[in-house]
Design a protein around this ligand. Sequence first.
Ligand code: SF4
Length: 234
Amino acid sequence: MVVIIDGDIKSVRTKEAEDKNICLFEIIYLARPDSKLDGKSIYLLRREAGRNLAKECPAEGDIVISAPDSGTVAAIGYAEESRIPYDEGLIKNRYVGRTFIQPTQELREQGIRIKLNVLKENVEGRRVILVDDSIVRGTTMKRIVGMLKGAGAKEVHVRIAAPPVKYPCNLGMHTPKKESLIAGKKTVDEIKDVIGADSLCYLSLEGLLEAVGGENNYCTGCFSGQYPVNKDLL
Ligand code: SF4
């Protein structure tokens, strides 16, 4: 409660929250890696998620690369755990924003083209393990896998440091509706075929919650369909 009397502002906590329900999607994707949420380092949580991903979804590869920037920390964790070297495979143009929130498909595809370039020297003739934090519509991932193969990657194994995003956010985060979410209508195997990867594996919700510490602290709505509010309010 914020109390303002005669220009004097006071902030008063009236009740301690029982469950915090911090947005799990913010932890894996939106937050900056150098920030903290609930006192925890986003960098360390993502790295741990990457380590758990390597345990749950091993792959035979020559190099671990990330889809920059949000997949980078998880890729470092994956490389540490799997003992497969991490290196750069995609270089980002830092002057382009997030593509999944562009309003039209055309703008999103245009954004991806301008946003990323393949570092051919590092991927040509190699089995690439590509780590990212999420697949939302699937269009970005399809394009990236195509770019890597076009640059001569022998195999592309996609590893996602979170469970499939199957449900929309009904709590204010600007994610697409269910019909636009690729995991909302396709199986993991079907998604693998759509994006053109040689294999695809997602971290389980248990594995992600174990990495970030404590299932009661997080909203998992877009992964589980269980939102931490009364259904009548959605
Ligand atoms: S449903 Fe919304 S608030 Fe909950 S984790 Fe997903 S994006 Fe975050």
